[in-house]
Design a protein around this ligand. Structure first.
Ligand code: GOI
Length: 531
């Protein structure tokens, strides 16, 4: 046999063999079905689909600003100026949600579109009209609207005065939410205050991976989180006191969490996995959803100690007063969970991350098993369905049986209608979810696919596609076409279960050589090297 054929053969054996060796399934084949009142939905975010970045009075968001001033931040050199043009195509969007037969559509409202100065001194009537039109279009199809109040697009004018590190943002955010409740409160039944606050604070303020890419690690991520949690609680109380009675609505927060699996079955690695969960998702969840409130005691201890050793006058972690702990505790009707993948955890045996930083404070090491299937355009997105099931069980147990709504879950590829890998990902993760509900009694009330359509995937631009609908970004009218995964999802929603030919052991859709970028080589993210 020629050498290259032998190598190809060996590579195939390694890829196929390893994927089959570990059991990744969320559970065996079953006849489980989703409860009758289980909510199925699809999610999007304003900054990723709307475009019209400066139209009808909208001002610049921190993402507009970051990209306009540093175009190399985005891998394909693209921007979100037009995106999927949902500002003009919202009627087609609503029609697609209707085609999927889901109950509910989660979209976000752009703060700088509604309040161009960032403050409530001027409410942009055209911005309000756009969301009224969208909501009415959804209701026409009997689709329930769910609004994310903040999905990362802060008005740049507020960033100029410190953004989430400015303590006054608690009031500004509350004023903004009040405008939304006043205008849409009668028709919107579900509200999400924040999408993935850990991305905003840890990556945006502590790092350079999300806007505003401040890179002030060790200090800014803690300040950001502190104000953001107070802002969340303030909006919860406003809603609970004055608006809930309008239509018996519900309000919560959407937290991103990977599952953390111990790297090996040793006490130390098991401790690392638990510590990861408590200091990441728990950083935001413990103050809101735990019985005792406040930051997780582990995090307080770690940051206080490190700060002292590093000669800081006071801990880099700000403290809540007992009144603030009580004000924040219990401020959610549901736990919104965004979940995509799993990591392996172990304790660090030396300093990790930049000094100081949240990563360094916590002191654990996070890797992924190269044997886990992926083949995704997003290299972090390994397909590990059992991790989803374990995470749901962990949240249910840790936060006293809180009702969970999975507000995001999905898979990225490089494009195409025939998206077998996405079909397989959704089937496996929905199978894990069925087992979580029926076997583990995890308290899950709803599930949203990310995303309704291909969109602007932040620093990945238009390279990484998460849509159930393909968007032809080159066509003038941004033509949207259902992918195979859209058909699969609609069939699950209507039949309340998985298709009869679904095989929980079959991961072949993710095997084969990893795909090469179809576009030109990615531009080096110069911006990240600069800071
Ligand atoms: C959602 O976030 C979000 O709500 C949606 O808006 C979004 O469209 C959707 O998910 C899909 O993404 C430091 C290679 C920074 C690439 C270190 C290797 C970034 C990127 C380590 C290794 C990125 C989903 C991991 C939540 C963070 C992607 C959480 C998904 C890891 C890194 C990497 C790093 C890397 N996340 N995020 N990443």
């Amino acid at each position: 046999m020629e050498t290259y054929k032998l190598l190809l053969f060996l590579a195939a054996v390694i890829i196929e063999g390893n994927a089959a060796m570990i059991n990744l399934a969320g559970g065996p084949k079953s006849n489980y079905t989703f409860p009758k009142n289980f909510l199925f939905g699809v999610s999007t975010a304003a900054a990723q689909i709307e475009g019209a970045w400066n139209e009808d009075g909208k001002s610049e968001s921190i993402w507009d600003h970051l990209i306009h001033t540093n175009p190399s931040f985005v891998k394909d050199g693209s921007n979100a100026d037009v995106a999927a043009d949902s500002y003009h195509l919202y009627k087609r969007d609503a029609e697609m949600v209707h085609e999927l037969a889901v109950d509910i559509y989660r979209f976000s409202i752009s703060w700088p579109r509604v309040l161009p100065t960032g403050l409530a001194n001027y409410v942009n009537p055209l911005g309000i009209q756009y969301y009224k039109n969208l909501i009415d279009e959804l209701i026409k199809y009997n689709i329930t609207p769910m609004v994310t109040i903040y999905h990362w697009d802060l008005p740049q004018k507020l960033q100029d005065i410190g953004g989430w590190t400015n303590a006054h943002i608690v009031d500004y955010f509350t004023d903004y939410a009040k405008v939304l409740f006043d205008n849409f409160g009668d028709k919107v039944k579900y509200w999400v205050t924040f999408n993935e606050p850990m991305q905003t604070c840890l990556e945006g303020y502590g790092g350079t991976y999300r806007a505003p890419a401040l890179n002030r690690h060790g200090v800014a991520e803690y300040l950001c989180t502190h104000n953001l949690l107070k802002a969340h609680a303030s909006v919860y109380h406003l809603f609970d006191t004055n608006y809930r009675s309008l239509n018996g609505g519900k309000i919560g927060m959407s937290l991103d969490s990977n599952w953390a699996e111990p790297k090996t079955n040793t006490p130390s690695d098991r401790e690392a996995a638990e510590l990861y969960l408590r200091t990441h998702v728990g950083w935001y969840a413990h103050p809101v959803y735990s019985a005792e409130g406040n930051y997780p005691p582990e995090l307080i201890k770690l940051v206080d100690e490190k700060s002292r050793l590093q000669n800081y006058t006071r801990s880099r972690l700000p403290k809540f007063t007992p009144e603030e702990v009580a004000f924040i505790k219990g401020t959610a009707d549901f736990f919104g969970l965004n979940h995509y993948t799993t990591y392996l955890l172990s304790m660090a045996d030396k300093e990790v991350g930049a000094i100081p930083s949240h990563e360094n404070d916590v002191g654990i090491v996070r890797v992924q098993d190269p044997k886990w299937p992926s083949r995704s355009s997003s290299s972090w997105l390994k397909v590990v369905p059992f991790g989803f099931r374990r995470l749901l069980k962990w949240i249910t147990k840790t936060y006293n049986n809180v009702p969970i709504i999975v507000t995001e879950n999905g898979y990225a590829d490089f494009s195409g209608i025939d998206d077998a890998a996405r079909v397989s990902y959704y089937s496996h993760y929905l199978n894990a979810l069925l087992h979580a509900i029926h076997e583990d009694h995890s308290n899950v009330h709803g599930y949203f696919a990310w995303s309704l359509m291909d969109n602007f995937e932040w620093d990945d631009g238009y390279v990484s596609r998460f849509g159930l609908y393909l968007v032809d970004f080159k066509s003038p009218n941004k033509t949207r076409t259902a992918k195979h995964s859209a058909k699969l999802y609609a069939s699950v929603v209507t039949s309340r279960g998985l298709p009869p030919d679904y095989d929980p052991e079959d991961f072949t859709a993710f095997s084969g050589a990893s795909l090469l970028m179809p576009t030109v080589l990615p531009l080096i993210p110069l911006y990240r090297l600069m800071v």
